[in-house]
Design a protein around this ligand. Structure first.
Ligand code: VG1
Ligand code: CO
Length: 546
């Protein structure tokens, strides 16, 4: 029976954020909070009509509260009249796998329960996001409409049916809606199998190539185990920390040098494997390491673009590429040499969707350890790892050689991101306001001994639908195209996070091995001088440097 509940918690989410709604688990545990979001979503999608005949995909990264939320959403979807829900076994579906399932099964959309790389557990974070029929994150106009709807809702509908046994594959029924508990890996694996030369990768492993894939106790584990160990014959134990845990083992499932310390230690050690890799909470991010060599995400995208035609799925060449604005210009240089377009979009995967749908780009990526292509509409951690394995297998070059090849051809884009976490929101806003107030006078001025060529607040007009996104980050650019970018995170749950992105192009091969923080020192000084970070944040150093 469908019942109508009359009280809802007013929703105070930060939508539209970079990707969906993220809050502390305790916030999501408030009565009616999740329900309010889901009802608003269904109302915006379907108006007053039932979602008859439509298929919804549902799953999450397995973090604490995942199972509870899945059962609630099933009951709400049943009350809404959905034809069918495809739910991952155990409530599990990685973000890229959800995208793959939506696309392959012709679903009308999907709900992903994840706070991505944010920590989990009862005191950690939870999140929910909606992906549309193309398999990609909801565009801003949809998230904005959901947010507005949450503010006026006073009731929602759900079924009072019993919970569904999520751990057993099979088909169930609720209020006439079919629920299929699906293998979370199968659809995604089928897509990946069609892109890469699995035989070549199998031979690589058979020849003794050693990979260490750290799934960070998150949702990437089952996928990496099934494909890398299961199908590609990598020895058992290649994928470590592979079992999804509700609290990610108490760690931060964020694959970067700060949070993947253990993996870095293995790759820097005396018995280092040939390659290291890691994925985040929902397995859309990736980190790639060579033996005693760390690959910057921006360089990773450039390497994949430079060698794409060596991989079966991209043998026809690339239509174009795209990167988020703060991502380094390494891929721009590769694109130029390939004679293809390179688009610069705001931060967040949703901005790649239209370009991918329109066939204008094939590969895209972000400096935040995200890379992907038109095979799905999300960034895809395992895809990136397989791409690298395929390239190593067919070129015979090591990870380090592949990166150095790009540096040799195009120079090195020395790059770093400094994050200042947990700033009081008003203070972070004041810092950005002060920066923006300086914009008219920064261009042409000299600050901290640096001649600033121009400065702006990045705005983006989507070339496909013409939608405009303002205030996407303050850029301060020098004559030699070195730059500092400032923006506030849209995914945090505690106060504000300031991100400072630093980039300098180094064409001189003899200077490319200078440590990044040293090579970027003049830009770091410039950042402090224009933004007064210490004064505004009260912090002497970034919380995290990647
Ligand atoms: C961060 C990254 C951004 C990424 C987003 C979602 O956003 O900077 O590049 O798209 O996380 O990644 P922000 O607003 O905090 O800088 V994930 O792995 O959530 O899905
Ligand atoms: Co993620």
């Amino acid at each position: 029976m469908t019942i109508l509940i009359h009280a809802t918690t007013p929703f105070a989410g930060q939508l539209p954020g970079t990707s969906g709604l993220r809050k502390k688990v305790t916030v999501f545990q408030q009565p009616h909070y999740l329900e309010n979001f889901v009802q608003a979503l269904f109302d915006v999608l379907h108006g007053d009509a039932p979602a008859a005949g439509q298929t919804l995909v549902l799953g999450g990264d397995g973090r604490f509260h995942n199972r509870v939320a899945v059962q609630t959403i099933l009951k709400m979807a049943a009350a809404r009249g959905y034809g069918q829900v495809l739910v991952g076994q155990g409530g599990i579906l990685s973000t890229p796998a959800t995208s793959a399932v939506i696309r392959r099964r012709g679903a009308s959309g999907g709900i992903i329960l994840s706070a991505s790389h944010n920590p989990g557990g009862p005191d950690g974070d939870f999140g929910i996001k909606y992906n549309g029929t193309n398999g990609g994150p909801a565009p801003e106009k949809l998230t904005q409409a959901i947010y507005e709807r949450t503010q006026v809702l006073s009731r929602y509908r759900l079924s009072d049916a019993a919970d569904i046994p999520l751990d057993t594959l099979g088909t169930y029924s609720m209020e006439g809606m079919a629920i299929e508990v699906i293998d979370p890996v199968a659809d995604h694996a089928a897509v990946l199998r069609g892109l890469f030369d699995f035989d070549a990768i199998r031979r690589l492993f058979a020849g003794g190539f050693r990979l260490r894939y750290d799934a960070m106790w998150a949702v990437g584990g089952p996928y990496a185990k099934a494909i890398i160990e299961g199908e590609l014959g990598a020895p058992a134990g290649t994928v470590v920390n592979a079992e999804p845990k509700e609290d990610f083992g108490g760690l931060h499932p964020d694959p970067n040098p700060a949070y993947a310390e253990d993996l870095i230690a293995h790759l820097m050690g005396p018995d280092a494997p040939d390659m290291g890799a890691a994925s985040d909470g929902d397995a859309d991010r990736n980190m790639i390491l060579g033996r005693r060599f760390i690959v910057s995400p921006s360089d990773s995208l450039a390497v994949l673009a430079a060698h794409a035609t060596k991989v079966p799925g991209y043998a026809r060449g690339l239509a174009g590429v795209a990167r988020s604005m703060p991502t380094s210009t390494a891929v721009d240089r590769v694109a130029q040499s390939l004679g293809i377009a390179c688009h610069e979009t705001p931060t967040g995967w949703k901005f790649f969707g239209n370009l991918l749908d329109a066939g204008q780009i094939t590969l895209c990526g972000e400096e935040s350890y995200g890379t992907g292509s038109d095979h799905v509409r999300e960034k895809d951690g395992l895809w990136a790892v397989l791409f690298w394995l395929n390239l190593v297998a067919v070129t015979g070059q090591s990870v380090e050689q592949l990166v150095r090849g790009v540096w040799q051809a195009h120079g090195r884009c020395v790059y770093s991101r400094h994050d200042y976490d947990g700033i009081a929101t008003e203070r972070a806003n004041a810092l950005m306001a002060e920066l923006r107030a300086q914009l008219p006078s920064l261009g042409g001025s000299t600050v901290a001994g640096q001649q600033i060529a121009w400065s702006d607040d990045f705005a983006y007009t989507d070339p496909v639908d013409g939608s405009v996104s303002q205030k996407q980050g303050v850029r301060v650019v020098l004559e030699d195209s070195s730059r500092v970018v400032f923006r506030l995170s849209g995914t945090g749950t505690e106060g504000a996070t300031l991100r400072v992105y630093l980039e300098r192009h180094e064409p001189d091969a003899t200077r490319q091995d200078i440590p990044a923080q040293e090579a970027l020192a003049p830009l770091i000084a410039l950042a402090e001088a224009v933004a007064h970070i210490r004064q505004h944040t009260g912090m002497d150093a970034p919380s995290v440097m990647t």
